[in-house]
Design a binder for this molecule. Structure first.
Ligand code: B12
Ligand code: SF4
Length: 476
């Protein structure tokens, strides 16, 4: 069967900056493609982030029997539109939705234009679905797959626990034509590799531990090394939910990579306590090419650390910054902006970042992502669709979708201002598209000013101002 696998594009007109900050390898689709190939099906990936106008032409040329669409919550409504378009052009084509949102709230896809929904890991259910369709059998009882029975969606049951080592190696050939374009900030082209999945921590705003029922699955190290050996890109992002939890394993992986003669420019998620605890392991990773870590600092007050159940103290966070500095590893620090922030909290956050000389801060608004305790009901959600369900378009973690203590417009202004203040951090990477896009929308820049020292001896704010000129010139 011909299987078209689609990654939806974000709606820039709705979202803060949509796909401008990153368009990374569609790893989920590459796993699915590898899986369906095992049974002799013909997969094709269409990445609408790079080819927003190619749905119709691809449907015409490829004539898929099945279309699968992936998505985070912010893609739900786009995915539904894509399925509707598919049905209007090829009514005989079956549509399947899957991904993070479908895992927790499959009912958002129980719409006429969707035939099947996959919750959780997708390779096994998709293969079983294609087999049933090919054999003309009734589609029911496939674990992880929702299918209609007498017009009502019904679950095929809970899948057995995932065996991460049994998954196929992602099919990177299928994205060969697009690979040069995949980027995250300064990393271009970038490849993504998953070596573990799940996390033993229990942060309230995070769905990842729920997704794996609290389990932490590790891939065989030699399998990981063999996969990385096939990757041509220099930049490799380990997309493990928290890569450095197990120091012994990560040391063994570093050694195995070294023995295999593999040297990449690595980037990975890491908690501050893992960094402090496993600093010697991180040193080994530094030696084999680890350049930066994406650290969810998330909060700068004990109150928020407790509220988010981070299981970490401010003192440990501060120690983490000095350990990273001593190791020569750059920290990309993620902060969750609490919706209860006052103006003073925004100012204190800026001071915290300046004080710790954080080169690259990034921000998300505290968002009740599906699967988290924050979204046990929709009562707190202020941004809704006419049908009463949340307006998923706005769930990009850059919009407040619940009540804010500040009036909404003021909260938004203060939030956007964080990016203005630290603009210099982003313009270190001159071609950062976020900056280019933001020139168009710039409002009141510099309500707060940054004293953060910059590489070129300018403050973050000044660097941003100077870069504005350069970028205007570049885009002229
Ligand atoms: C790497 C990553 C990123 C990268 C790159 C993502 C990319 N490819 O473009 C970056 C850093 C850019 C990023 C950004 C964001 N991310 Co992110 N990211 C991840 C992370 C850590 C790994 C994603 C991944 O590749 N996983 C590996 C693949 C193989 O697993 P998978 O996606 O689950 O796919 C499997 C199944 O879901 C299923 N499946 C998936 N799709 C389909 C489709 C079909 C048809 C079928 C049958 C099955 C199926 O089968 C797949 C194979 O097993 C996940 C966490 C996680 N554990 O997945 C968060 C995650 C996906 N991100 C998340 C979020 C919120 C974001 C941001 C919105 C946050 C922000 N504002 O900063 C942005 C969005 C940016 C954008 N415009 O796309 C959330 C999404 C939650 C939600 N419900 O929306 C996650 C789950 C993290 C979390 N905290 O909960 N992210
Ligand atoms: S935020 Fe990070 S540390 Fe917390 S549960 Fe999620 S993956 Fe684990």
């Amino acid at each position: 069967m011909r299987v078209l696998l689609i990654w939806p594009n974000s709606r820039n007109e709705v979202l803060g900056w949509g796909d401008l900050g990153a368009i990374a390898e569609p790893l989920a689709l590459e796993y699915l493609a590898a899986g369906v190939r095992l049974d002799g099906h013909e997969p094709l990936v269409l990445d609408l982030r790079l080819h927003p106008d190619e749905l119709e032409v691809t449907l015409g040329h490829f004539r898929p029997d099945v279309v699968g669409v992936t998505g985070f919550s912010m893609h739900v409504l786009s995915a539904l539109r894509i399925c509707a378009r598919v049905k209007s052009i090829r009514p005989e084509c079956r549509t399947v939705a899957g991904g993070h949102h479908a895992t927790f709230l499959p009912e958002d896809f129980f719409e006429p234009q969707v035939d099947f929904v996959v919750s959780g890991e997708g390779v096994a259910p998709l293969r079983a679905l294609l087999q049933a369709l090919e054999e003309g059998r009734e589609v029911s009882g496939i674990p992880g797959l929702w299918a209609r029975r007498e017009g009502i969606f019904e679950s095929g049951g809970t899948p057995p626990p995932l065996d991460i080592n049994a998954l196929p190696t992602p099919d990177r050939e299928i994205t060969a034509g697009d690979r040069h374009a995949y980027f995250i900030d300064w990393m271009k082209p970038v490849a993504l590799v998953r070596t573990t999945v799940g996390c033993p921590y229990r942060c309230t705003f995070c769905s990842l531990w729920k997704m794996m029922d609290g389990r932490y699955l590790r891939r065989d190290i030699h399998q990981v090394v063999d996969e990385i050996a096939t990757i041509r890109e220099q930049f490799v992002f380990l997309v493990d939910d928290e890569a450095f939890i197990n120091g012994r394993r990560m040391r063994a992986l570093a050694q195995a990579l070294r023995e295999a003669g593999i040297r990449k420019r690595f980037f990975a998620y890491c908690r501050m306590d893992s960094l402090v605890r496993h600093r010697e392991v991180l040193r080994e990773w530094r030696e084999i090419g680890l350049e930066r870590l994406f650290v969810g600092v998330d909060a700068f007050t004990e109150k928020d650390l407790d509220e988010y159940r981070k299981g970490m103290s401010l003192a440990l966070i501060e120690e983490g910054f000095s350990v990273a500095r001593a190791l020569g590893i750059e920290i990309f620090a993620q902060f969750v902006v609490n919706t209860d922030y006052t103006r003073r909290d925004f100012q204190r956050l800026v001071r915290f970042i300046e004080h710790h000389r954080i080169h690259y801060p990034s921000f998300t608004v505290l968002t009740p992502i599906p699967g988290t305790e924050l979204l046990s009901t929709f009562d707190a959600v202020t941004a809704c669709q006419p049908n009463g369900r949340p307006n998923w378009d706005l769930f990009d973690c850059q919009n407040a979708v619940t009540r804010t203590r500040l009036p909404p417009a003021e909260f938004r202004r203060e939030y956007q201002n964080l990016y203005h203040v630290f603009k210099g951090s982003y313009t270190q990477y001159q071609e950062h598209p976020f900056v280019m896009e933001r020139e168009v929308h710039d409002g009141d820049v510099g309500v707060l000013t940054s004293r953060m020292p910059e590489r070129r001896g300018l403050s973050g704010f000044e660097t941003g101002r100077r870069a504005q000129g350069e970028l205007k010139w570049m885009s002229a």
